[in-house]
Ligand binder design. Structure first.
Ligand code: FMN
Length: 221
């Protein structure tokens, strides 16, 4: 364990007392992060939560690469920004309109903030996975990724799920020393949050839940 780590007993108890459903409801994209280092033992703990995810045939295809070196994070951030600006340009333009919904505007600006400050996030956690018969298995990694995000919430770390690094995925995968057939699917920038956790804006479950058939009428209980 490195010297920056807290006592093993602190890590063992971190996040063990948050009720599961409240943790789920208050896990959201935390994109404003402090640059302070994160103990390696906590990174290990949130990845361990990832390893408890379900996977087809219990193949457990995930590989985590945690990047903390400042120069390597700077290069990742540069590549991320390049992909991000190509992807977000239209939304950024639209967000300037006074008619643009406020919640969406906040989301776009938070994503922009992350892109501009990605190099400052103390941990760039990449989640990669073995392909199967040549096909990417990104879907096999997302339950694992969600577990990591929930575990970050539990121990008080901020994190978000990002994928736009894939615009330069080959270069990043090479930089991480990943073998062929094991591409990264996601980059989770992790750090101590600048703001507070809270409930994210989400559709009401009544809008999404149907009984027996989507087109059937049924009053809520
Ligand atoms: C498959 C997937 C890919 C995503 N990629 C990015 C990304 O590259 N950059 C980013 O800032 N957010 C990304 N997001 C995060 C969503 O934009 C985020 O969940 C959404 O903005 C809701 O934020 P909230 O939880 O704070 O409400 C991605 C989410 C998913 C599910």
């Amino acid at each position: 364990m490195s010297t920056q780590d807290p006592a093993a007993s602190d890590v063992a108890t971190a996040g063990e007392d948050l009720a599961l459903l409240e943790g789920i409801r208050t896990t959201r994209a935390i994109r404003r992060l402090r640059p302070d280092p994160v103990p390696e033992a906590l990174v290990r703990k949130v990845c361990e939560a990832g390893t408890f995810a379900p996977s087809g045939g219990n193949r457990q295809p995930w590989i985590f690469v945690a990047v903390t070196d400042a120069e390597r994070r700077a290069r990742v951030a540069e590549l991320y920004r390049d992909g991000f600006h190509a992807y977000i340009a239209r939304a950024l333009e639209a967000a300037k309109s006074p008619d643009y919904p406020e919640a969406k505007r906040r989301n776009v600006y938070a994503a922009l903030h992350l892109a501009d400050h990605l190099h400052e996030a103390p941990v760039h956690l990449f989640v990669a996975g073995w392909t199967r018969r040549g096909a990417e298995q990104a879907q096999a990694l997302f339950p694992c990724i969600q577990n990591v995000l929930l575990a970050c919430r539990a121990v008080g770390l901020g994190a978000s799920l990002t994928t736009v690094h894939r615009a330069h995925g080959d270069e990043i995968d090479r930089m991480l020393g990943l073998p062929d057939g094991c591409p990264t699917s996601a980059l989770l920038p992790i750090g101590w949050p600048l703001g507070r956790f809270g409930r994210p804006p989400r559709r009401n479950v009544e809008e999404c839940l149907f009984w027996e058939r989507y087109d059937a009428e049924r009053a809520s209980p």
